[in-house]
Design a protein around this ligand. Structure first.
Ligand code: FE
Length: 185
C-alpha cells in the first residue's frame, strides 16, 4: 500500500520524464496544475488533486509516447485506485474524472477542442472522443463533476515551458493536511 512519502518521492524521482509529448516534465506539469489551483483559491483537497492527477502515468513502465502507438494507460483509474487509501473522495474523484471532464468539455464547449495540445487530442481519441448527449447527462449527475472540470482546466493550462512555481515541498504540505492516515507526531 502506498504512503504519502512514497507518492511524493514518486513525483520527485520519476517525475523528470517528459509529460507525454508536451514541452514540460511530469513534475513541472504537476506543480503548474497545483499552482493554478492555489491561485484560484481552490480547497486544499483540490490543490492536492491537481498535484497528483497524473500520478497514474508514473505507475507503469510504458513509454511516454504510448498514445502514439494506440495505447491508453487508463491513468485516471490507476491513480484513483492508488490514492484511495490515503485521501478522501474529494481528492480521488476529481482525479478519476479528469479524463471524462475532457470528453465532457469537448461535447459542451465549441471552442474547447481547439485549445487542446496535439498529444491531448491523440489521447482523446483513445479515451473515447467527445461525450454523447447521454454521457453528458450522466456526467452532470456526478457530485464531483464541477471539481473535475476545474481540475481539467488547470491540467490543460499546466504545460508552459520553464514556468516558475512553488516547490514540491510547498504542495506536499497540503497533501499532508488532507491525508487520511496521519503519521504520529
Ligand atoms: Fe495532466
Amino acid at each position: 500500500m502506498a504512503d504519502l512519502d512514497q507518492i511524493i518521492d514518486l513525483l520527485r524521482h520519476r517525475g523528470h520524464s517528459q509529460y507525454g509529448g508536451e514541452a514540460v516534465t511530469q513534475v513541472e506539469h504537476a506543480l503548474q496544475a497545483a499552482a493554478l489551483a492555489e491561485e484560484e483559491r481552490a480547497s486544499a483537497e483540490l490543490i492536492v488533486a491537481a498535484l497528483l492527477h497524473d500520478v497514474g502515468h508514473l505507475l507503469h513502465e510504458l513509454p511516454n509516447d504510448a498514445p502514439d502507438a494506440g495505447i491508453d494507460d487508463h491513468h485516471e483509474n490507476s491513480a484513483g485506485n492508488y490514492l484511495r487509501s490515503l485521501f478522501p473522495e474529494t481528492v480521488t474523484e476529481p482525479i478519476r474524472l479528469h479524463v471524462a471532464a475532457k470528453r465532457y468539455l469537448c461535447a459542451i464547449d465549441a471552442g474547447y477542442r481547439g485549445t487542446l495540445s496535439q498529444p491531448s487530442l491523440v489521447s482523446l481519441g483513445l479515451q473515447g472522443g467527445e461525450m454523447t448527449p447521454a454521457e453528458v447527462t450522466e456526467f452532470r449527475k456526478n457530485s464531483y463533476a464541477s471539481d473535475a472540470v476545474r481540475l481539467r482546466r488547470w491540467d490543460d493550462a499546466a504545460k508552459v515551458p520553464n514556468h516558475p512555481t512553488p516547490s514540491l515541498s510547498h504542495f506536499a504540505a497540503y497533501a499532508r493536511q488532507v491525508c487520511l492516515q496521519q503519521s504520529p507526531a
